[in-house]
Design a protein around this ligand. Structure first.
Ligand SMILES: CSC[C@H]1O[C@H](OP(=O)(O)O)[C@H](O)[C@@H]1O
Length: 365
């Protein structure tokens, strides 16, 4: 994605040709901080602390984390240890498992001396593959925005999104925001309602920043405002990302997504989910029963980080000290509440038949 004309990715190989550069997303929107990952442990910690986040980006970061491990020790034991460490960082986004298993399968088949070069080549393939995939999601999703525009008598297409599923969550383009960028760049008038997305506020701090940098009109809203806006006809469509979607179309995404899907159904607003094939877990059908939901620390709920009037970034308490808090980071929206899935291969119903139609090779798997 371009910022003031300069192209950026959310992750890239540093100039030294072996370390990995990331944008530290815990510093946005206040500071543009690029961090360099030099070990697998640093890559793992960047994922755990959400300096990088978003399913495709988590997968790409883990892939490069394996490269950093093998530089030090390319043995089978080191490969397995790094795979397991990186896999254990966050449980919900299936891209993490997908990327690590793809890397491990290829690298195990090679003699250790060939593994480092092969690992970097494959990590780059994964990262570039996600860029191409998200670009195509944007192309396919554009049709949904154009359809919404045809149904209006004027004014912008009002789109509600939750959390951040933009280029910061991927490597470039994004998933839910890719069609928005495509439409905006094509001159279609759009406006985005940006859910703040408690408790980590990825909407307020990342989506608002992304859209602002690209010049896309947007309005930040409290999470609880979405139903009200839909009820009053102020939302033409919802589009969100996902961290894991089952083969029958159940969608795990940031906490609060399910509530938006319920409101959208009640209000008659189309609810779309944008995803790359790497986010489909073909081994799982029942999302509610089988997708692991990450439980994060209570402090993310009881405290908030922001910038003071004096310009310092600070974390302050929202609740009395010691207040118990629960922090499920994701929820599962059943396929029955999803209007369509938007993938790099096209748009389909949220169903096993729909997904098999786009990924026929999976039918025989
Ligand atoms: C394109 S994946 C975006 C997806 O990831 C976010 O979760 P997190 O910020 O915790 O990694 C959120 O669920 C987004 O929809």
């Amino acid at each position: 994605m371009r910022i003031d004309g300069t192209p950026y990715r959310a992750i890239w190989l540093a100039e030294d040709g072996w370390s990995v550069s990331i944008i530290d997303q815990t510093r946005l929107p206040w500071d543009w901080a690029v961090a360099r990952l030099t070990t697998a442990e640093e890559a793992a910690e960047a994922i755990e602390t959400m300096r990088v986040r978003g399913a495709p980006l988590i997968g790409a970061t883990a892939a490069y984390g394996l490269c950093l491990a093998l530089r030090i020790d390319a043995s089978d034991a080191a490969l397995e240890a790094a795979h397991d460490r990186l896999l254990a960082t966050r449980p919900t986004a299936v891209n993490l498992r997908w990327a690590l298993e793809a890397m491990r399968e290829r690298l195990r088949a090679l003699p250790p001396p060939e593994r480092v070069a092969a690992s970097y080549a494959q990590a780059a393939e994964i990262a570039e593959g996600e860029v191409a995939t998200c670009r195509r999601i944007g192309e396919h999703g554009l049709a949904l925005i154009e359809e919404a525009r045809r149904g209006k008598s004027g004014g912008p297409v009002n789109i509600l999104t939750h959390c951040n599923a933009g280029w910061l969550a991927c490597v470039d383009w994004g998933t839910a925001l890719a069609p928005v960028y495509r439409a905006f760049d094509a001159g279609i008038p759009v406006h985005v309602w940006v859910d703040e997305t408690r408790p980590r506020n990825q909407g307020a701090s990342l989506t608002a920043w992304e859209l602002g940098k690209h010049g896309v009109p947007h309005t930040l809203v409290a999470d609880n405002a979405g139903g009200h806006l839909m009820q009053r006809g102020q939302v033409d469509l919802c589009i969100v990302g996902t961290d894991r979607t089952t083969r029958r179309g159940d969608v795990a995404n940031k906490i609060g997504t399910y509530l938006k899907a319920l409101a959208a159904r009640e209000a008659g607003v189309p609810f779309y989910v944008a995803l790359p094939g790497s986010t489909i877990d073909w081994t799982v059908a029942d999302g509610l029963a089988e997708i692991p939901i990450e439980e994060r620390g209570a402090a993310e709920v009881t405290h908030v980080t922001g910038r003071t009037a004096a310009g310092e970034v600070a974390t302050v308490a929202l609740a009395p000290e010691g207040t118990p808090a629960a922090n499920p980071a994701f929820d599962v929206t059943p396929a029955s509440l999803v209007t369509r899935l938007v993938t790099e291969r096209g748009i389909c119903p949220a169903s096993e038949e729909g997904l098999m139609g786009l990924y026929p090779e999976r039918a025989s798997a």
